[in-house]
Design a protein around this ligand. Sequence first.
Ligand code: NAP
Length: 291
Amino acid sequence: MINKLTIIGIGLIGGSLARALRAAGYVHEIIGYGRSVGNLEQAVELGVIDRAEVSLTDAVRHADMVVLAVPVGCMAEILGELGPALTNRAVVTDVGSVKGSVIAAARGALGARFVHFVPGHPLAGTEQSGVAASQADMFQGRRVILSPEPETDAEATARVREMWEATGAEVVTLSAADHDRILAVSSHLPHMLAYCLMDMVVRHDDHRAILECSAGGFRDTTRIAASDPVMWRDICLANRDALLAALRQYQDDLGALMAAIEKGDGKLLCETFNRAKHARAALNKKYDVQA
Ligand code: NAP
């Protein structure tokens, strides 16, 4: 049970966490801190938070848990302000989609308090943004990755684990390097493909006709191109090396498909499509699909 929870950034993920913990009866009081007063007022009106604070120092005073739920690109700035503002032994965690850069920022900003920082990432969300889109059941049955460092306090990690379990999530641990390498392929790469495809089509001379003739395939493939551009700019820049490696591999594989089409190599096309079809069909049943 959390007595005072402070969430920095009451958007889709911060708002959903607040709703989920309130629905579970796991938190006594939720304080919101963020950039725009209008958003914080909306969060109070919606009943997502109990009250908003305009000063970070006031927001985290007496908090036993502080959650950073802002875009990855502004974590360093906020952690820099948070370090001196923390006056008690609050546990600090984050929900950022990249772990290495956030951990480096936290290590630099929090000093001795870094041991109470537990890096986290819920594998849940939608292409929408903002508190109005937040949902109490967002994390139900979903995974949350925690990436504690060797010096992270075990008690702090346990408290963050219990918080996420109260939302209905399954908590797993993964090193930050493994997290960033794996998420580059499972999440960051698909967003690049969706953005790139959608942008290619809207810049096409025949874009009206193409969109009029689009059906489920195009819509399914580009759904995540509606995601927030600032959030995804930050993720690309923060996970540059792993994302570039994934993009290069995809580029090579796309090149192989292009060559097969050029040469009329139907065998290679069929082999590729068959491997992918069986792996995709098995995806909903188990995670360890083998092509
Ligand atoms: P969001 O809906 O846009 O919410 C972000 C919140 O952060 C907003 O309340 C925003 O305030 C606030 N904010 C932005 N810049 C700020 C700044 N400089 N100082 C203080 N507050 C600031 O975004 P989200 O989808 O919840 O994403 C939040 C974090 O969750 C990101 O780190 C993202 O990588 C991670 N994440 C997202 C998903 C997903 O599917 N969306 C899934 C897992 C993890 P304003 O309203 O004033 O702009």
